[in-house]
Design a protein around this ligand. Sequence first.
Ligand code: ADP
Ligand code: ZN
Ligand code: ZN
Length: 734
Amino acid sequence: MAYAQIIVKLYQREQDRIYTYEIPEGMRLQVGMMAQVPFGGGNRTLEGFVLEVSEDTSYPKEKIKKIIRVMGQEPVFGERELSLARWMQKRYYASLSACLALFVPRNPDRTRETVKRAELLRPLTGKIGRMGENQRRFLELLRDNPGWTLSQCMKEARLGSASLRSLQEKGWIRCREEPEGIPAASVIFQKRSSPPLHPEQRQAAEEIGGAIHRGENKVFLLYGVTGSGKTEVYMSCIERALERGQGAFLLVPEISLTPQLLERLNHRFGDLVAVLHSRLNDTERSRQWQRIKTGQARVVAGPRSALFAPLESPGLIVLDEEHETSYKSDMQPRFHAVEVAREMARRGGFPLVLGSATPSVESYKLAQEGVYRLLRLTRRAAANASLPTIRTIDMRQELAMGNMSIFSQDLLEAMGQSLARREQVILFLNRRGHSSFVSCRKCGFVLKCPACYLPYTYHKDIHRMICHHCGRQAPEVDRCPQCGSSYVKYFGLGTQRVEEETAKRFPGARILRMDANTTGTKNAFQEVYEKIRDYQADIIIGTQMIAKGMDMPRVTLVGVLAADMTLFYPDFHSTERTYQLLTQVAGRAGRGERPGRVLIQTYDPDHYVLRSVAKQDADGFYRQELASRKLMGCPPYAHLLQILLTAREEEKTREGAALLRGIMEYYGKGRNYKILGPAPAELGRIDNVFRWKLLVSHPEEEKLIAYGDYCLARFQEQNRQVKVTADLNPVYMF
Ligand code: ADP
Ligand code: ZN
Ligand code: ZN
């Protein structure tokens, strides 16, 4: 009799146990496969991962249940995946099944069907001869989408079967049937020549290339201003890895998986590229997974989850925009892609490249200390492109002059000038979350918690200010504690209001609003981008998502309306985030031939973040930020573990939080652990579930991980009603 050790998909850390099941006679089951098994009493069935298969008969046989069925025909994970999943499980307080699930396509189960694909036999250049518009469109689709099925392309190009036959007869294409998941290798892709690298780029590419060649586990920080040609460097390094017969990951934040980037990758690497993004459906995703697994695709591009693709022998991981918070998962397991990539590169013995125009404070410090190798690109790469000029505008003075509008005089004037020159304007609204802080519009004073130095959050419903760090409260004020003015209010401004005001000021202008509400659907982002590119808009109003990735050569003016809005968010990251956002959005201006201008409206122009942005003094920013982090005992000088406690009754949640604090104090005594809270979470109640949090810090990551693990286990022995989740190195405060 054969048995299997199976871990079932329960996703609850407390239920993370391995169960023994009997393998029915004749069932082909291997380690690394998934199987369906009965679970608990009744008819409940669950999916599970097969960790071990053995003949061991030392189990009490009558209790052992039989596996119901095997999913798929082949293993979907191996030793390497299992071991990395175990590493993640410990580090991120997650269940092993949740970690393993990252590596496995969502439908390993489906039997393979066949599909029809067409293959392009000649390049689409030079003399093409007479052909119908939809025939040409069809051929272009084939060229640009090597993975598409025949019917997909025909539908998209509105091509009938007669026209298809004529293309076959003329020798343009060949059709064939093949099993789904293994697409035709298209014979032809047009390799667009890449520009010769500038000296700085070449130096960077050579150093990284050397590490690839030697199989050296080294981390590079490629720190280059926006438009300095980082992507060209990545591609040249990826090429090096391919030449050695290895593969490469190119990770990007979801938002910068733009058509532009994909086009560049496709032209360089053709169908060696597999793109994994969140808009793929399960079938498309598992098809890409198969292409990678079989070695047809060796360049894996995608957001953080792409790291778990089954690339056989990676020789390089590139992580673009490494400072982006979307690299941190907001679901279990709460992993950070940079951390996982570092571990993968360490295990595999190959280099990792972190690229950014605005590196995270952590990475900057590691580069300073020589843990990362720093490579800098200091100039914009394209001919004629230069960095924009940046200026801050003091909104307190506008108020003093009697201007109560959301626009300063200077910004209005600059907008008028740009529009008159038929150039485009971006109005950027720096906005995040639901909370608002309280500030004085006359003197700029921001009300802060006296213990944490972080801004209070205003709670309209109870007319009180709460510190979401330590829980301290204060009554709302109607006079500024600093200057006595009555212009104290909570700060908030939305894109809709900006749109209305803009329309009033510039009645003839074509305004395009771009925020989460207007770009929610599948192709909306692309449509907005095309409208900007095709000059169908004069003024583009947007939030965060406008700051990144897009090349918009006609934009010559960027106006930042309320720079302070994220600056005084009660999170120690907010200074860094604001610096990064403002620098990135400023980078949107002047990417074409015409020089760019950036005007930033603020109530606190002397704040070091705004001064560094205006002076384009990156090193100055990092110096001050690091000094302030050190003073506050924040990362990178300490590691943080953020713990969230949730329950349906507020009293229970609070009691649970107090109990956990007691446990942590007891076991942490005299060992340099700092515990903050309990405090209500920023969002104190979601869906009638109450949320409280605790924050623990310690200078050493490994110690903090072990301590957190231990304390949470003790807590769960004593309290089973409150749910706890832990978040190591959080990027947002709960
Ligand atoms: P980044 O990734 O740093 O924002 P990109 O690689 O996208 O920069 O380059 C910005 C622009 O400069 C692109 O249009 C790119 O084609 C161009 N470019 C990059 N490197 C060179 C080069 N060596 N010579 C000429 N143009 C270049
Ligand atoms: Zn004041
Ligand atoms: Zn506080």
